[in-house]
Design a protein. Structure first.
Lengths: 253, 253
DNA sequence: ACAATATCATTCAATTTCAATCAACATCTT
DNA sequence: AAGATGTTGATTGAAATTGAATGATATTGT
C-alpha cells in the first residue's frame, strides 16, 4: 500500500476514533512501524492529528478539548488476552451483525473492532461504554437485570430480547472448557449464553488456555456448538485435538 | 491499552458518573493501579477532573448527564434542577419499583435516590452508570437501539420490554409542556415514553419552567396522564392552574 | 481514641516506544 | 539502461511508561 493511501485512511480512522495506537495501524495496513511513524509525522505537520506516546489522538476530541498539550502516553497490552482478541477480531467482517457477551476477553475483542463498520448487540455495560462513541458502530443493548459485579444484563428480559434477533456472528467468552463441553458458574449467565448460541449463525469462542480442563458448574453447550475457538499458544495439544475432532476450528494467537 | 486512550476514556466516563473509584478504572482498562494513578494525576493537571481519596470526581460537581434534547443549561437552571430533583426524589418510597427515563433532570433525580432501597428500571446509560455500584438499588435496563447522542436505549426492543413490566412509579422528563399536553421532538423517545406511561401506576413529571409554553413536535400524552408535576418557582401561575384543572398535583421547588 | 483497613506517593527494574540511521528496493528521469 | 530520488523495513541506543513493592498517610469501625 502506498504512503498516500495509508495517510488518507489514517485521517479517516482518526475521525471515528479518538485514539489509534501504532500497533493497530501497522496491522491494519500491513506496514512497518517505521512507515507508520513517518505517516504520523506528516499528518501531525498537516495538523490532521496529534502524535502521542503509543499512537495518535484526534485533534478534535469531541468533548475533551484543550487537553493534549502535555499529553504523554504509553502502555502495554500484548498479553495473551490481547493477542487472542486481535486474532478473533480479524475474523469479523464489515457489515456483520455481531453479538458480544460479557467477560474481559470479549471486551478486549470489542476494542479491536473499533475500526470496522458493524452492528453490535451486547449485554455488557463495559463493552457498550467502549463502543458507544464510535460512529461506525450501531449499538443495541439487550436489557435485563443488571448484575453489578459482572456489569452485564441478564435474566428473562435479556433472553427474550436475544430470542427476537438473528446475528451473523457471536463472540463469546466462557468460564471453562472440558471434554464435556463449555460451562460456566452463573445460572443467569448460562441462560443468556444459550440464547446467544441459538440465534447466531457462526460462533467464535475466545478463551485463554487457563480456561481448559477445569469443570464449570453449569453446562452451556457441547463443544460442537462452536465453529471457531481462539486461544493462546499455551494450549495443550490434547485440547486442540479434542476440539478439532468435534469439528471446531482452533486458532492460536 | 495506551495511556492516551485510557485518559480519553476516563474523561468520557467522568462526564456521566460524577465519581469513579480507582478499582473500577483498573478493572475497566486492565491496567495497574500505578498507571491509573498517573493518568488521574495528568487529568487533574489538565483540570479534567479532581482527584479524591479512592478515585476522582467530576470537576463540575452536580453536572448531570447530557441533556435529553436541549443541551446547555445556565448555572441558575442547574440549581433549579437540583431542587426539582430533591423534591421529586422525596416522593419516592423505599421498596418501590421506579422507571426513570433519560434526560438531565431525571438523572439529577437518580442521584438523589442513592440512599433509598429501590428497584430501578431505566433506558438511560448515564443513569445506569450512576446507580450501578449502589448495593441498595436493583437495576434493570430496558435494552434496545442505543442512541449515542442522547445515550439512551430506544426503539421496538425497548418498548417491548417496557410493555412486559409494571412499575409503582415513573419519573419522566419532558421536552415541552403546553395546554395540548406533553410533547417531545424525537419519535423514538416518544414511543418509549408512551410505553412507560402505560405501565406505571403513578407518574411524576419533572420539568423546569422553561419547558412550559413551547410546543414540541410530537405529542406524548395529555396533561391528565401525569399525577404530579414538579417544577420550579419560576413557573407562571397560568400553567399551575392549567395543570391543576387537569387533575395534576403541582409541586414547586 | 485506637486499631484495622484502605489508599496514597515514591522508587526501581523491566518493558515498550521512540527517533535516527542505513541498506535494499521501487519509481522516475535522462 | 543507468543514475537520481524517494520510500520502505530493520536495527540500534535513548527516552518514556509500566507494574510491583514499600513505607507513609488517610479513612473507617469499634
Amino acid at each position: 500500500m502506498k504512503a498516500a493511501e495509508r495517510q488518507l485512511r489514517i485521517r479517516h480512522l482518526i475521525e471515528s476514533r479518538d485514539f489509534i495506537d501504532l500497533e493497530t495501524l501497522c496491522r491494519e495496513f500491513d506496514a512497518s512501524e517505521s512507515s507508520v511513524r513517518r505517516d504520523l509525522d506528516i499528518l501531525e505537520q498537516e495538523k490532521a492529528l496529534k502524535r502521542v506516546y503509543g499512537g495518535a489522538v484526534s485533534v478534535h476530541p469531541p468533548q475533551a478539548a484543550r487537553a493534549f498539550d502535555y499529553a504523554v502516553e504509553s502502555s502495554r497490552l500484548s498479553d495473551e488476552k490481547g493477542r487472542i482478541a486481535q486474532r478473533a477480531a480479524g475474523l469479523v467482517e464489515d457489515g456483520q451483525t455481531v453479538i458480544l457477551d460479557g467477560g474481559s476477553t470479549v471486551a478486549a475483542v470489542a476494542r479491536e473492532l473499533s475500526s470496522k463498520s458493524l452492528h453490535i448487540v451486547t449485554n455488557s455495560l463495559p463493552i457498550a461504554e467502549s463502543l458507544e462513541s464510535l460512529r461506525n458502530i450501531e449499538l443495541t443493548l439487550t436489557g435485563g437485570y443488571f448484575d453489578p459485579r459482572l456489569r452485564v444484563m441478564l435474566g428473562p428480559f435479556c433472553e427474550q430480547m436475544l430470542g427476537a434477533i438473528r446475528a451473523d456472528l457471536l463472540i463469546m467468552g466462557i468460564g471453562s472448557i472440558s471434554a464435556a463441553g463449555f460451562s460456566n458458574n452463573n445460572t443467569l449467565v448460562v441462560g443468556s449464553e444459550q440464547k446467544m448460541l441459538a440465534v447466531a449463525r457462526k460462533v467464535i469462542i475466545v478463551a485463554d488456555h487457563t480456561k481448559f480442563g477445569r469443570g464449570g458448574v453449569i453446562p452451556v453447550a457441547p463443544l460442537s456448538a462452536a465453529h471457531v475457538v481462539v486461544s493462546d499458544t499455551g494450549l495443550a495439544s490434547e485440547y486442540i485435538d479434542l476440539l478439532r475432532s468435534s469439528g471446531v476450528e482452533v486458532l492460536l494467537a
